[in-house]
Design a protein around this ligand. Structure first.
Ligand code: 5GP
Length: 195
């Protein structure tokens, strides 16, 4: 997705060979027009998949998921990283190790919102080692729901998550896939070359 790649080039900050900071449009300040375009792109790519719900993880997955949900006309559920006072029981949970925070959290989703007959699109902001996406997929398996695929705003294709998920036969659609962050430069894979 060219518009997204341009934004990454213009505003992304390479913090190390493995971490990209995009706080000006995705992870802190949010660019609504870009998120709208991202949501439209996800909706088009998964248009014929019979999706009934989108599942993401708080907080940075929510903005792109909301826009995709608007275009697909389906509800958006976000897994919580902390237990809420009103969300204590009746939960699906999975353990997720955070790449950026280097801590492990239990994520949870109420059993009320994912049902056996749901066809679910998993969306997240970044794909690195795949822990967040695999945790969400685990929750869908617990619920007996059908996974339609995984939509990622920014994949770092030099890390193993994407390959691991695709090896399971799961469709992964990344709107930008980074080949390298070495020497402070962002290089992308060509569209289609990582499928
Ligand atoms: P994974 O679970 O695939 O290892 O990492 C994905 C999660 O870690 C995403 O939800 C995202 O919040 C965070 N993350 C991973 N790599 C990066 C990165 O380079 N930059 C930012 N801003 N977040 C990242």
């Amino acid at each position: 997705m060219e518009q997204l790649k341009m934004k990454i080039i213009q505003e992304g900050k390479v913090l190390s060979d493995s971490v990209l900071k995009v706080d000006s449009f995705l992870n802190h300040q949010i660019d609504p027009e870009l998120m709208q375009a991202v949501g439209k792109e996800f909706a088009e790519r998964f248009a014929d998949s019979g999706i009934t719900k989108i599942l993401t993880i708080e907080s940075s997955g929510i903005a792109p998921s909301m826009m995709a949900g608007l275009y697909l006309g389906v509800p958006v559920i976000f897994a919580r990283k902390r237990k809420s006072l009103t969300l204590v029981d009746h939960l699906y949970t999975a353990s997720v190790h955070s790449f950026t925070k280097n801590e492990t959290n239990d994520i949870s989703v109420s059993k009320d919102f994912i049902l056996e007959n749901d066809v679910v699109l998993v969306i997240d902001d970044f794909l690195a080692n795949g822990q967040a996406a695999l945790g969400l997929i685990d929750i869908l398996e617990q619920a007996g729901a059908t996974l339609s695929g995984v939509g990622i705003v920014i994949e770092k294709g030099f890390q193993p998550g994407g390959a691991e998920i695709r090896q399971r036969g799961i469709r992964v659609e990344s709107l930008a896939n980074i080949r390298s962050l070495e020497n402070g430069n962002v290089e992308f894979f060509e569209e289609g070359s990582f499928k």
